[in-house]
Design a protein around this ligand. Structure first.
Ligand code: SF4
Length: 364
């Protein structure tokens, strides 16, 4: 049996797809790039951006045609999908499942096809225990948490992935030790908000392990490898984390720190919980303590009500900071979020114009 796995989204989706591939391998499915050969087409998507959902709708007709030719074909959908999008996609897929229920995927497929090989079912709600099929031979994504508590007004993650859940330290260390033994040279720690990682160890005093402490524990693993992490929230970027980055040789001098806007009023509307001045001071501290660092960011242009002056504030911030890289997106409302209730009053053309200005600036 063959499967085609299609991933739309961020590194977390890529990492989840590695686990999906592993589950499917256990079910004796083999990967194929040829959709006409597939018995299962699984789309792991993200509805954080409207584009990903549009891409599913764009390909859906082709998949339905394939299904007519091969009625046993299963079309499955998972990822960060909002309830509203799930409803819209309900008729387009045979199976829609929450990524946290990945362990139960075999059972769901078995139920659907009434297959006999039920012994291959895995039962657990902790999908992180599934060993991924790493898609790269030297760089590996290792999730340390899932979900988000921040509720930025434009974002669906807290609704689709739920609240923050931290992966146990011993599981993270064990996975990385094995990767290092296998010769992996770069470990990318993943999570929607890695720097809020916090786990209480119930020893005699109930010790709290923070993200910088976790980083130090990982860095102590013997072997030649480097550590990076994605994504950090500016409000949770502690001095301890900056010091750890500065002192620890194994931590790559790279930081992805989404700013989203250079205007305080827009940041407030986005519910980001910091002001521009905080971000500027943070970057200054990072550069003073760490020295040369590759700094990247995320920016949204055309947020509801963003005036030309407010956009200019973002331009000014970018000129001041001189990011090495920026992922700029044109705002699109995501159903179910707080900002979706605001009037999306910036025209497509104006959003594109603002995107081009920033893009040219960052590239230059
Ligand atoms: S920090 Fe904000 S943008 Fe990032 S995942 Fe959480 S809610 Fe979404």
């Amino acid at each position: 049996m063959y499967y085609k796995l299609i991933t739309f989204g961020c590194q977390m989706n890529i990492s989840d797809s590695e686990r999906i591939a592993s589950v499917l391998k256990k079910m004796k499915y083999q990967p194929t790039l040829d959709e006409s050969k597939a018995d299962l087409i699984l789309i792991n998507s993200c509805s954080v951006r409207q584009k990903a959902i549009d891409r599913i709708f764009g390909q859906e007709k082709k998949w339905q045609k394939l299904k007519k030719e091969k009625p046993s074909l299963i079309i499955a959908l998972t990822g960060c999908i909002t309830e509203k999008d799930k409803k819209k996609l309900k008729d387009k897929a045979d199976l829609i499942f929450n990524i946290k229920e990945l362990s139960e995927l075999p059972k769901k497929i078995v139920n659907m096809q009434q297959y006999v090989e039920t012994q291959q079912c895995l039962v657990s709600t902790d999908y992180f225990h599934i060993k991924p099929q790493y898609s790269n031979k030297t760089i590996a994504y290792v999730p340390i948490m899932t979900g988000c508590d921040n509720f930025c007004s434009y974002c669906v993650v807290p609704y689709t992935r739920g609240r923050e859940i931290y992966r146990p330290i011993e599981k993270i260390i064990c996975e990385i030790k094995n990767l290092v033994k296998r010769g992996y040279k770069e470990i990318i720690l993943l999570g929607q908000n890695v720097n809020s990682y916090q786990l209480t160890i119930n020893n005699q005093q109930s010790t709290i392990i923070s993200f910088p402490q976790l980083l130090k524990m990982i860095a102590e693993i013997p072997g030649k490898f480097q550590i990076t992490f994605l994504t950090s929230h500016p409000k949770d970027m502690s001095d301890e984390l900056i010091d750890t980055m500065a002192k620890c040789e194994k931590i790559k001098k790279e930081l992805h720190l989404p700013v989203q806007s250079g205007d305080d009023e827009i940041l407030k509307k986005m519910n980001r919980n910091y002001i521009v001045d905080h971000y500027l001071k943070l970057v200054q501290k990072v550069r003073e303590k760490i020295g040369k660092i590759f700094l990247s960011t995320d920016i949204i242009v055309g947020f509801p009500g963003e005036t030309k002056k407010q956009f200019e504030n973002t331009v000014k911030l970018c000129k001041k900071i001189k990011f090495n890289k920026a992922f700029i997106s044109q705002y699109s409302p995501r159903p179910g979020t707080v900002s979706a209730k605001l009037k999306d009053n910036i025209s497509k053309e104006e959003k594109k114009r603002r995107w081009e200005i920033l893009n040219d600036l960052i590239n230059s």
